[in-house]
Design a binder for this molecule. Structure first.
Ligand code: AN0
Ligand code: CP
Length: 325
């Protein structure tokens, strides 16, 4: 695996789950694999889980880890080529990427959608600049359109908890005060479709996701109908994708909050959310604290998905990687 940005990069999904469960049984069995290899994690946005779980996964593999928070203490980076740099950004990403790459073997990037331009966001400009200019294996720690480490952890979690071969999985929109990216729902749909589960996506009118991600899933505008017989309820807020409202909050309708009455319509479904979650906006206290809530084991599986991805990227390190020079 040269880079990890979409479900396609993981190849055979059953094999990936199999490897993940093996890693989970003994995560320290590969503690020499990353010796003298350095992981650089670059954050353009905040993080709790991704930061800690990816770092922990790298430590399990014996790697060194360095972290850069671009917006806290680093030079502000210009990303447009051709611009006269007389503004507030002292450094260009065209120098910064090769410099960062010279200190490490593998790079993880978190760069959310900026909602300035749908074309910019959906072309994954920042992530692709790192791929093109670093010469290093690059993996997404949530980019503009996808969050594959999260979706891989979600898949592992569903495989652990499912009671039928092909569970009914419901992705439901829920209200939030701010404009959030579509990366988590896009990616979740992409991975659930690849896994071959029955996927139903429910949201208010106007919150349609990019059809490329919806794929073979059913879209149901009636949340209660969607919940009928569900084995897993995956809640998430996202902002509008469709023009002219791209990146905008068009509803904060709290009748979409996941509560006990709605969970009662399901097949005793497990409740999932990638976290961070806003209680009593997305989900009530009762549901997230119920025995059916698996948000904590789901988050714990982020260490496992990250470890599998790092192991696969380590397998393909090029000979000009610093550790191999
Ligand atoms: C981010 C999002 O919705 O993409 C990160 C989720 C993992 N969430 C927030 O910004 C609250
Ligand atoms: N789920 C997730 O990626 O969380 P963080 O934003 O805290 O990393």
């Amino acid at each position: 695996m040269k880079h990890f940005t979409t479900v396609k990069d993981i190849g055979d999904i059953q094999q990936a789950v199999h490897q993940a469960l093996a890693v989970k049984r003994d995560r320290f069995a590969y503690s020499d694999k990353g010796r003298n290899k350095t992981l650089l994690m670059v954050f353009f946005n905040s993080s709790l889980r991704t930061r800690l779980s990816t770092q922990k996964a790298a430590l399990n593999l014996g790697m060194n880890v360095i972290v850069l928070d671009v917006n806290q203490g680093a030079w502000k980076l210009e990303t447009e080529r051709g611009i006269v740099m007389d503004g507030d950004k002292p450094e260009h990403i065209l120098e910064a990427i090769p410099v960062m790459a010279s200190y490490c073997d593998i790079i993880g990037i978190r760069s959310f959608a900026r909602f300035e331009s749908k074309a910019d966001d959906y072309s994954e400009r920042t992530l692709n600049q790192f791929i093109q200019l670093s010469g290093r294996p690059v993996f997404s720690m949530e980019a503009a359109t996808r969050h594959p480490l999260q979706s891989f952890a979600d898949l592992i979690t569903i495989e652990e908890y499912k009671k039928t071969v092909r569970p009914k999985v419901v992705l439901t929109w829920a209200p939030h005060p701010n404009a959030l990216p579509q990366a988590v729902p896009n990616s979740f749909a992409e991975w659930m479709n690849a896994a071959g589960y029955e996927l139903v996506i429910t949201h208010p009118e106007g919150y349609e996701l990019d059809p490329a991600f919806v794929g073979s899933a059913t879209v149901e505008y009636d949340q209660r109908k969607a919940f009928d017989g569900a084995d897993f309820v995956y809640a998430k807020n996202w902002s509008a994708y469709a023009d002219p409202n791209y990146g905008k909050v068009i509803s904060k309708d709290r009748s979409w909050t996941v509560d006990t009455a709605k969970m009662a319509l399901t097949n005793n479904a497990f409740f999932m959310h990638c976290l961070p979650v806003r209680r009593n906006m997305i989900v009530t206290d009762d549901v997230i604290e119920s025995p059916q809530s698996i948000v904590i084991p789901e988050a714990a599986n982020r260490e496992i998905s990250a470890q599998v991805v790092l192991m696969r990227l380590l397998d393909e390190l090029s000979p000009n990687s610093p550790a191999n020079r």
